[in-house]
Design a protein. Structure first.
Lengths: 131, 385, 261
């Protein structure tokens, strides 16, 4: 093998870089997410779809809603059991899930995604609830 | 073949390092812009495009101008250019990459740029501009690389290369015509609303592209063993001469229409550029610099004895590049936006970060050009041309 | 032709790249399968061509425009002091700036009365909107009722629409607008840095059966909103009775904001 030393050194560096995320996070077991349902949500009992479906697909629903509302003028979503919902993150979703911190952020932080919904859409004021 | 980019003398690596430094600095400034938004630039509600789009427009011209070596070579069988077509193709590659980068740094939300592909919109000229530029980039990479590879192996290039070469000759003007259509189809921007936009763009392109190539040829001959040929350089010089004259004439035609018709909507933009309006005159020295640099360049280029002197020729080429860069750059953008839709004047001047980001994009282009030219010239030196 | 190592690696590489597409394809499949259960709001106002009439005679009597204040508060429009970075959906300007081609520089013949009047400007919701024509992503589009709408989710911030608009109706978010919003309206989103915005005739209110907020908030009833597609509408009646101007109508854009002089 020509340049054996260089090749092996290169491979080693490559291996270290490749496994960097693993040993960087070693010993820092992330806390399992605990999304808390606000009292408003508990009272409503039922979201627009089943809990399992929402956990897996809420991002697709929201993605579809935003086109439906802005581009196709649909404002009403017929949820499970035929209940009608106003298709609005700010004026419907967050009326039940009143705390972004206790609900949305729990899982989003765990999987380290930062949806930019909140760059425009206002989250409910948390400070008021604290008092 | 690419391995030739990794072996080189001190001069080559020095040049690579030089461009890389500016690329890194520019990129750092870009990260800053990404974080805080385009408020870092001098653009405003009234002048909503600026230095980025100005450089973009100019560089589309440079990219299209590369065709002026391929066209005589392939269509007129002008053998003197056969040795340097690859220089034109690689220049086009570098220029188009700069164009695309300038568009990217100009976007408010660059992360969403693929929306253009996700929601293709045939009635938008911007969509077509993206299509023509990317296609042009790909065909130039393919032609340049394959032709060079065949040259290295001393075999005739395959048929598809020749087919693509013809195709790119037609495609090259298209990229600049479509870029002109970005501007010339907008109601209410009288300065841009002229069918002369596309021809003027093309004339300028066919002056600046070959002007760059002449400069590169002169540099290459000085520092490498490859000689592009005196006659090839002189033919390019004639192309630059004619196209610069046409560009200048088109400019004068525009002035005539505006001045003789005396329609304020047309006249005010030119007044702002060359004399200032309501006490705002930031671009006045620049526009006169454009005027005189093209004028002097024409004098130097049309007199045969001067043109044959390669020192004078180099100066003339620099003047052409500089003049067209002002005219097709800030002159075009600011002229179009000032005065604005309310007949008010809001001036524009690039800020320091904006300038550094632009410099970074230019350096990126020249870095790519340096590497591509290094590969091409190594091949040419190897086969002993 | 035999296969050498180089060729094998090339083919293998491309195949692996192909595999990486699979999750994306799966996702699209799943989306298509999700049920479509959406309705329009039955209270939504229906129109064929919404238009606005501005009675500038009434505007002349006002000192403070409550319509502008209401709009900008409702839509969370930031108050940015630097005019270069300004964002506005509806604003006032003088006759000579609103109609520069009618009042070219230096002409003094205008009646004092008109010179002093404020002109309320906003998006003209053109019949043939140049901004919609140039947008490369259809982020700005025209609804069936004529409203020229912005989809903030899709805008890439190329600002081609700002170059195309002959009315200066569009504003770009040169920075994060939130620090400049004094009191947020929790019912409406803000915008984010890097997107273009403008008046949308309160499309979301129309879809819920309400009039645009500016029309509702104007104290002197100077703003009249209605459907030009309905021959019996109030706007059609007013247009028949009054001489009105439209900004730069000669450009063929078909602006839908009419000014009673």
């Amino acid at each position: 093998m020509y340049d054996g030393g260089k090749i092996i050194a290169g491979l080693l560096i490559g291996l270290v870089l490749l496994t960097f995320p693993f040993w960087y996070n070693l010993g820092k077991a992330a806390k399992l997410p605990e999304p808390k349902l606000a009292p408003e949500a508990q009272k409503a009992k039922q979201c627009v779809e089943s809990k399992e479906y929402m956990a897996a697909h809420h991002m697709q629903i929201l993605n579809k809603w935003r086109d439906d509302v802005v581009r196709k003028r649909y404002r009403i979503y017929i949820g499970l059991n035929g209940k009608e919902f106003n298709m609005s993150l700010q004026n419907e979703c967050m009326k039940c899930h009143t705390s972004k911190k206790e609900f949305c952020d729990q899982c989003h932080n765990f999987v380290d995604v930062k949806p930019y919904c909140w760059e425009c859409h206002l989250e409910p004021k948390e400070a008021k609830e604290g008092k | 073949m690419f391995e030739k980019a990794f072996v080189g003398g001190k001069r080559y690596w020095g040049l690579v390092l030089f461009w890389s430094v500016f690329v890194v600095i520019g990129f750092l400034f870009y990260l800053w812009q990404l974080k805080v938004g385009l408020k870092l630039t001098g653009m405003s509600r009234d002048v909503s495009w600026g230095f980025y789009i100005a450089n973009f427009t100019f560089l589309v011209g440079v990219a299209a101008g590369g065709v002026m070596v391929a066209l005589p070579c392939y269509l007129h069988n002008y053998k003197k250019f056969a040795r340097i077509t690859v220089l034109g193709e690689f220049l086009a590659v570098a220029a188009v990459i700069m164009c695309l980068s300038f568009i990217l740094v100009d976007l408010g939300r660059p992360m969403r740029v693929l929306n253009v592909l996700l929601h293709p919109t045939p009635h938008s000229v911007m969509f077509w501009d993206m299509v023509v530029l990317n296609v042009y980039l790909i065909i130039n990479i393919l032609i340049g690389w394959k032709a060079l590879d065949c040259e290295r192996n001393e075999i005739a290039p395959p048929k598809w290369v020749k087919f693509l070469a013809y195709f790119s000759i037609v495609w090259a003007p298209c990229i600049h015509i479509v870029t002109a259509f970005l501007y010339s189809g907008l109601p209410g921007r009288e300065f841009w609303l002229t069918p002369l936009m596309a021809p003027k763009f093309l004339a300028g392109a066919f002056a600046t592209g070959p002007a760059y190539l002449i400069l590169f040829c002169l540099i290459i001959r000085k520092y490498t063993k490859f000689d592009p040929g005196k006659e090839a350089i002189q033919t390019l010089a004639k192309i630059v001469a004619y196209c610069t004259i046409i560009t200048f004439c088109f400019f004068l035609f525009e002035v005539f229409t505006a001045v003789y018709s005396n329609i304020p909507g047309h006249l005010n933009h030119l007044k702002y550029l060359f004399f200032g309006l309501e006490g705002h005159a930031k671009l006045v020295p620049w526009m006169w610099a454009f005027f005189f640099s093209l004028f002097i360049a024409i004098v130097l280029l049309v007199i045969p004895s001067l043109r044959r002197d390669e020192g004078v020729l180099a100066i003339a080429c620099l003047l052409v590049i500089f003049g067209c860069w002002i005219d097709k750059g800030l002159g075009l953008i600011c002229g179009g936006f000032i005065p604005n839709a309310f007949d008010k004047v809001t001036e524009y001047w690039p800020t320091f970060p904006e300038f550094m980001i632009s410099l970074g994009v230019w350096a990126l282009g020249f870095l790519i050009l340096t590497i591509l030219y290094k590969v091409a010239l190594s091949v040419k030196e190897q086969i002993g041309e | 032709m035999g296969m050498d190592r180089r060729r094998f690696i090339k083919i293998a590489g491309v195949s692996i790249m192909g595999l990486s597409l699979k999750p994306a394809v799966d996702l699209v499949d799943k989306l298509d399968a999700s049920e479509v259960r959406v309705l329009h709001n039955p209270k939504a106002l229906k129109g064929k061509r919404w238009a606005m009439i501005v009675d500038t005679r009434k505007c002349a009597q006002c000192k403070r425009c409550t319509a502008i204040e209401a709009c900008h508060h409702f839509h969370n429009v930031p108050q940015i002091p630097d005019p270069k970075r300004e964002i506005k959906w509806i604003w006032e300007d003088s006759f000579e700036h609103a109609f520069p081609e009618l009042a070219t520089r230096g002409e003094e013949q205008l009646s004092e009365n008109i010179k002093k009047r404020p002109f309320i400007l906003m998006c003209n919701h053109c019949e043939h909107p140049p901004c919609v024509r140039v947008c490369p992503t259809q982020a700005t589009f025209q609804r069936e009722d004529g409203i020229v709408m912005m989809d903030m989710h899709r805008c890439i911030g190329c600002r081609f629409c700002m170059a195309a608009c002959p009315y200066g109706s569009r504003s770009f978010n040169w920075m994060d607008p939130r620090p400049y919003i004094k009191k947020e309206n929790p019912e409406y989103p803000t915008r984010t840095k890097g997107v273009v915005e403008k008046c949308d005739f309160c499309a979301e209110r129309i879809d819920q059966g309400l009039l645009p907020i500016c029309v509702e908030a104007c104290k002197s009833k100077a703003l009249i909103f209605g459907d030009l597609g309905d021959p019996n509408s109030e706007v059609n009646r007013i247009l028949k009775e009054h001489f009105t101007l439209r900004r730069k109508a000669e450009l063929g854009t078909g602006p839908q904001v009419y000014y009673i002089i």
